[in-house]
Design a protein around this ligand. Structure first.
Ligand SMILES: [Zn+2]
Length: 271
């Protein structure tokens, strides 16, 4: 079943955004546990309010971690500290009832260390994170960014060594240096356990509303739908939240067809 979620901005109140997504008819929230407003400490301190908001919309929870947390940092002591921060964030995610935890491949330019070292360090850190996440009942998913960060070939190596899943980010796969959505869909059918959807001009990572960029969404959804039927988070980072709601309608139309979309609306909002 297609399940559509939205992601909080760590700069705004988490409970407030959960209510907003609930009113818009989303099925779940992907909580990014991230500074400044959604650190593990702040989530722990506000847990009653967050749980109340989640319960009032019967929301499922997925978790997401800062894209700028290194997984292949050239300084081992810095990497160790980052893994500790990941663990605190995993604790907060488990407390919220999350089952999936999405982490990113390295954001630092791969050229600062030998490519082989960059890949080996990524695999080593993901192994550790996979163990820490599993111990807390979280399925670890690794999200694609660009080929220079971690390519399709590198992901294949990773999955040979670690039993982690993948979060396919359609926007990242489509941007300059992203290797294309088709390549990922071909290679990781069995590994894709969650999807991020947003649009861009096929150059920069813009997180635009669906239809506002140049990604062939119809084709991407058709290919995805041929084997995938699970959670999709609309990672639309527009100031105007109506564009998030618009993106949800767009996705449902692309997925179910216009006729079914309108029928579903009638069912959801009986006269
Ligand atoms: Zn993403």
């Amino acid at each position: 079943m297609l399940i559509i979620g939205a992601m909080n901005s760590p700069k705004e109140s988490l409970a407030g955004q959960i209510s907003l997504f609930g009113e818009m008819g989303f099925d779940f929230v992907e909580i990014t546990i991230e500074a400044p407003g959604a650190t593990p400490e702040k989530i722990m301190a506000g847990k009653k309010e967050i749980h109340d908001a989640l319960h009032s919309y019967n929301f499922g929870v997925l978790s997401h971690f800062p894209w700028y947390f290194s997984v292949a940092h050239p300084y081992p002591r810095v990497q160790k500290a980052i893994v500790e921060e990941f663990c605190l964030a995993f604790d907060a995610a488990a407390m919220l009832g999350a089952k999936k935890a999405t982490v990113h491949t390295e954001f630092l330019p791969s050229g600062i260390q030998d490519r082989q070292v960059h890949i080996a360090r990524t695999i080593e850190t993901v192994k550790k994170l996979h163990k820490e996440a599993s111990d807390r009942g979280l399925a670890l998913l690794v999200e694609n960014y660009s080929a220079s960060s971690f390519s399709i070939k590198d992901f294949k190596l990773l999955f040979e060594e670690v039993d982690a899943g993948m979060t396919l980010d359609v926007g990242h796969a489509s941007m300059d240096g992203g290797e294309g959505v088709e390549g990922y869909l071909e290679a990781f059918r069995k590994k894709i356990a969650h999807v991020h959807l947003h649009d861009n001009d096929r150059k920069a990572d813009q997180h635009l509303p669906i239809g506002a960029g140049k990604i062939d969404m119809r084709n991407a959804i058709r290919r995805l739908k041929s084997f995938y039927d699970g959670t999709i988070t609309l990672e639309v980072h527009s100031q105007d939240k109506d564009l998030l709601k618009f993106s949800k309608d767009k996705l449902e139309i692309l997925w179910f067809g216009k006729k079914k979309f309108l029928e579903n609306k009638e069912y959801a909002l009986p006269k």
